[in-house]
Design a protein around this ligand. Structure first.
Ligand SMILES: [Fe+2]
Length: 331
């Protein structure tokens, strides 16, 4: 695993105070972080008035690393209460941080939610859940969460993924690997830019599992975009048997290269990892869940960037397994 430095962006104390106060005011007005059209409108308005120093730190991801860590936000470990035992019971736990995430996500683009995931909330709770230890979802713990593109199965997937750490006593690492750092032969790139492999919905989408509206569509793994290669990659949900041996071998070399350039990002409370979901695959190392209210706890937001062109046009015709992304703010 590579140990190259992760780009850091530091929020100054004034910016931190500004975000905190804005989030507390919105929370006080609505009494919940569960989103309503009114709450989302309020977030859009407040985000539009945030100061230049805050906006500057939330500028687009601007290196081939395809990520940065935003530092400075404060988390009161006793104030946030115990780590929820699953996303389903999280409710308004850490609600002020949900609103901060919505504000940050709105500065980076347009936050999205999925009807079929975590009750349609725009900010997800990532916590280990009993019974899901070996799943390939954010609720797992004892297995490696394989490096993947977030919501790779769907054409409406996020351009950016944001993970805010509220608690991480065991320093459990998130992993991140950029396609721009891998070395592949031209022949491998040529194979992997062909649409040969389907990507199935992950286990966090229970409804999509039974989708009967069409066959899984083969999609390219790599794509030539402006600025270089982008990827759409989720080996845990990709039926590799459908491809030729040569194609499979190229896919496995890509997987090995991503592992070689992968870096471990150990988030501390208050840090927000922002990854470009077209450039970077992310995962998590295995860990032993505590299930005592002190487990690792992340908040996750997904963001679409209007006008961004990093995806093959053919994606627009995909059925998306019946799932639809809901955008927070009207275009
Ligand atoms: Fe993920």
């Amino acid at each position: 695993m590579s140990s190259g430095a992760v780009p850091i962006r530091q929020l100054d104390a004034t910016s931190v105070g500004e975000l905190r106060q804005a989030a507390e005011e919105i929370l006080a007005e609505f009494g919940t972080s569960a989103t309503s059209p009114q709450l989302l409108a309020s977030v859009a308005e407040v985000a539009g008035n945030l100061s230049e120093p805050v906006r500057h730190e939330l500028r687009p991801v601007d290196t081939d690393d395809g990520l940065f860590v935003l530092r400075g936000l404060e988390v009161d470990d006793s104030g946030i209460g115990p780590t929820p035992s699953s996303w389903a019971t999280a409710g308004d736990s850490g609600a002020v941080h949900d609103i901060v995430m919505l504000l940050l996500a709105t500065l980076m683009g347009n936050p999205i939610a999925w009807e079929g995931q975590q009750d349609g909330r725009f900010v997800h709770n990532i916590v280990p859940a009993p019974g899901h230890e070996t799943a390939q979802t954010g609720a797992s713990s004892s297995v490696l969460l394989s490096p993947h593109t977030e919501d790779a199965f769907h054409p409406g997937r996020a351009h950016l993924l944001m993970l805010c750490c509220l608690r991480n006593h065991d320093n459990i690492a998130t992993t991140a690997a950029s396609i721009r750092h891998v070395q592949l032969s031209e022949a491998d790139v040529a194979l992997l830019t062909r649409p040969k492999l389907a990507i199935l919905p992950d286990d966090a989408y229970t409804e999509a599992q039974g989708f009967e509206g069409g066959e899984p569509a083969p999609v390219p793994t790599l794509f030539h975009a402006e600025g270089g290669l982008t990827l759409r990659f989720d080996p845990a949900y990709t039926p590799l048997d459908a491809a030729s041996p040569a194609h499979r071998a190229a896919y496995e070399r890509l997987e090995a290269e991503l592992a070689r350039v992968s870096r471990a990002v150990c988030l501390s409370p208050g840090e927000v990892l922002v990854v470009d979901n077209d450039l970077v695959v992310h995962g998590r190392v295995p860990f032993q869940a505590r299930y005592d209210g002190t487990d690792r706890w992340l908040k996750r937001a997904s963001v679409r960037v209007p006008e961004r062109r990093t995806r093959p046009l053919a994606e627009e015709d995909e059925h998306g397994y019946g799932q639809a992304a809901i955008e927070a703010h009207a275009a």
